[in-house]
Design a protein around this ligand. Structure first.
Ligand code: AMP
Length: 437
């Protein structure tokens, strides 16, 4: 028996310590090394949002638990199994948002935005929380970029625009080849008919345990089952597109025509239903070819506002997961990270006097809008030059004891290694000249 095994107290201590040195399961730090890619995704999203007129909005990460029970739906996995609930000191029950959509519509209704010109377009980004089993591409905290169009008529051009916006964002991020899958899940008039047909069909099939439950509480989600056993039953299931009413059929037809108008390729997938209760008519998902996990998804949700106690309000929107997108960029664009890091001029100092001087010199560069970097530690000249090399700095400026006394500075071309001493008063102009050249 090892010493550790024989000492349970020590084990407990060790476990407690390693637990404290770990982020919570399924939740990850986003480290500085990859942050440039995260920033790139968010910057592109911001630009796309600005272009298409989506205004940025931020809502609290915590919302009333009930908002998701009613909005997202009692029978969805998210609400049934995956919500993080916080009990406040006052006894309220709040949920860490498992998705954005109910918060967006809540904010729209709360602030009477129906009085503004319709529809309103919103863009939002931030973390969402789902207590799922962590695996590749599936985390307990992940980050989304959300686009929503709320208010006005239930206009198919808005459905198309939401899809276009996500598609263009992914194109800008060089994600290809992209696959858009789209379907209509009908409205409250035609969907019950389809549900009946589906239940009749599935009643005689030996489906998996989860699907037995779905058959009772949320039959549409039978089409969502990912188990191999259920694949053949899905393949033989009646198509919802044969059951939707003429209004819903016409709505989908127009959405597809708008997508064709901008040459956006799509596939109609009559099995696509998505896991949330609130969708009506259009649902869509965007994939990268040959990958199973969707990068973005969404749909129309014309009944959500009423379900949470508001006035009838049409809406359509979607979300893209940043983790999945960043992982694909890392995998398929090895230079993307390097391209994002703009090399800076490296300020090298030797000795305390030079360190002091380099502080005021940094300020002077900032006033002249020239990015510089320096390590204010005790590193030697060679260590600092190595750091400059690692950071791809084009120029290093070396300030030693002698330079401080002589009011000069050495300028080193990091490519050729050529060095020249220049008067300190001329350094800004000299750097500007070299950067231009
Ligand atoms: P959803 O709200 O489930 O439609 O998800 C929208 C997008 O968020 C998906 O297409 C994924 O890119 C991303 N996503 C959803 N769930 C997770 C998760 N658990 N971990 C990482 N990304 C996720």
């Amino acid at each position: 028996m090892s010493k550790e095994e024989s000492s349970p107290k020590k084990n407990v201590k060790k476990e407690a310590k390693s637990f404290l040195l770990q982020s919570p399961k399924g939740m990850h730090d986003i480290l500085p090394q990859v942050m440039p890619l995260w920033d790139k995704v968010r910057e592109e999203a911001r630009q796309i949002a600005d272009f298409y007129g989506f205004a940025k909005i931020e809502t609290p990460i915590l919302e009333a638990e009930e908002l998701f029970h009613r909005g997202t739906g009692e029978t969805t996995d998210i609400v049934e199994k995956e919500m993080y609930i916080v009990k406040t000191k006052g006894g309220d029950r709040l949920a860490l948002r498992p998705e954005f959509t109910p918060s967006m519509i809540r904010a729209y209704l709360q602030h009477g935005m129906h009085r503004l010109p319709q529809p309103q377009r919103f863009y939002s980004t931030g973390p969402v929380f789902r207590h799922e089993r962590p695996q590749a591409g599936r985390y307990r905290q992940h980050h989304q970029i959300n686009f929503e169009i709320i208010g006005g008529e239930s206009n198919p051009v808005s459905d198309a625009q939401v899809i276009i916006v996500f598609y263009r964002l992914m194109e800008e991020l060089k994600l290809k080849p992209l696959l858009v899958q789209i379907n209509s899940i009908g409205c409250r008039i035609c969907r019950p008919n389809y549900r009946k047909k589906l239940v009749e069909y599935y009643r005689s099939q030996p489906v998996c345990r989860d699907c037995e439950r779905r058959l009772k509480i949320n039959p549409l989600r039978l089409l969502d089952c990912k188990k191999e056993k259920c694949e053949e039953f899905k393949a033989g299931a009646p198509s919802i597109l044969d059951s939707v009413c003429s209004l819903c059929r016409n709505h989908l037809k127009q959405v597809l025509e708008f997508l064709e108008e901008v040459n956006l390729p799509y596939t109609v997938n009559h099995l696509l239903v998505r896991g949330l209760d609130y969708y009506s008519r259009t649902v869509f998902e965007i994939f990268l070819e040959e990958k199973d996990l969707a990068l973005a998804g969404g749909g129309r949700y014309d009944y959500l506002a009423e379900v949470i106690g508001g006035r009838p309000t049409t809406a359509v929107g979607g979300a893209m997961g940043i983790e999945r997108v960043v992982e694909i960029i890392k995998e398929t664009q090895p230079n993307a990270l390097k391209e994002r890091i703009k090399p800076k001029i490296f300020l090298v100092h030797i000795g305390d006097l030079a360190k002091k001087k380099s502080l005021s010199l940094t300020e002077e560069f900032r006033q002249n809008n020239i990015p510089v970097i320096n390590v204010l530690g005790k590193d030697s000249l060679s260590q600092q030059l190595e750091a400059a090399d690692r950071m791809n700095s084009p120029l290093a400026l070396i300030l030693g004891q002698r330079e401080v006394y002589e009011n000069s500075i050495i300028i080193r071309d990091m490519d050729s290694g050529a060095q020249e001493s220049v008067p300190l008063r001329n350094i800004i102009e000299e750097v500007k000249r070299r950067l231009k050249g």
